[in-house]
Design a protein around this ligand. Structure first.
Ligand SMILES: C[S@@+](CC[C@H](N)C(=O)[O-])C[C@H]1O[C@@H](n2cnc3c(N)ncnc32)[C@H](O)[C@@H]1O
Length: 242
């Protein structure tokens, strides 16, 4: 699917709608899409790819299918085994402290993890550390003011995280998976972009909305508007030569 394009965004949106009933289809499509995004910048065949916070391993599997040596690092055993088919060689490890040598990866990849860590800057630094100079860093996250920022409680998080959680429990009879300040954090586009621009160990290759069909890059450049309109920020960075 051409990226960005209306066809691709509609297909991804439809897949999200099936996330609960058919997670294999949803995450399989998302993984193929992300792999294609990576391959615009670096061939996966023969590359070493580290998937940080890779959950049940859909992305790692897709990278392997395309010939990469891909390794999954995931701190939560429930996430790792959720699909019942953990990729061989998966490592139970925290993204803050990866059991990898400096510069071990050609590509360090993290999809929708940054908003789940309390210290995104340290998490990002560790991703940069394990990437070789000249290598690629792929980070995407759903920011707090995105219409999907509250995850399963969205869009009611706009009325406050606590209220949104209480509503979710009332409506579904079960507690929401995410609690703000525990396993979901309010990450914003502006401060994240400013932080990344201020670093001298990476250069921004692209900063864009991950799913938008048009103006995917432009939307991230408008302060204020971008906090709502980006939905999910995709940062592709290149580690600077040392
Ligand atoms: C929304 S899931 C995303 C899973 C997968 N990357 C995807 O895009 O479908 C967030 C993942 O981040 C993981 N995570 C949370 N804190 C982490 C940390 N400190 N280091 C690495 N992963 C973490 C969670 O365990 C979970 O698997």
């Amino acid at each position: 699917m051409r990226d960005p394009s209306i066809r691709r965004s509609v297909a991804l949106f439809r897949a999200f709608m099936r996330e609960q009933t058919d997670p294999e289809y949803c995450y399989g499509l998302l993984a193929r899409d992300a792999a294609e995004q990576v391959e615009k910048y670096v061939p996966l065949q023969g590359s070493t790819v580290v998937d940080v916070g890779g959950g049940g391993g859909h992305f790692t599997e897709e990278f392997r299918r395309r010939g990469a040596h891909s390794y999954l690092f995931e701190p939560d055993p429930r996430e790792l085994h959720a699909g019942g088919r953990t990729p061989p060689g998966a490592v139970l490890a925290d993204g803050y402290l990866l059991p990898l040598a400096e510069g071990a990866a050609d590509v360090c990849f993290s999809s929708n993890v940054l908003e789940h860590v309390s210290d995104p800057r340290t998490f990002l630094s560790e991703m940069v550390r394990v990437t070789r100079p000249g290598g690629l860093i792929y980070v995407s996250f759903t920011n707090w003011y995105s219409p999907w920022g509250g995850h399963e409680t969205a869009p009611w998080h706009y009325l406050g995280a606590e209220r949104a959680r209480a509503r979710y429990q009332r409506r579904t009879g079960r507690p929401a998976k995410h609690t703000l300040g525990e396993n979901l954090f309010a990450v914003h586009i502006g401060p994240t972009l400013r932080h990344v621009r201020s670093r001298d160990d990476v250069r921004i290759v692209t900063a864009r909305s991950r799913y938008w069909p048009f103006l995917a890059g432009a939307v991230t450049r408008v302060p204020g508007v971008r906090e709502f309109a980006t939905w999910n920020l995709l940062l592709i960075l290149r580690r600077c030569p040392t």
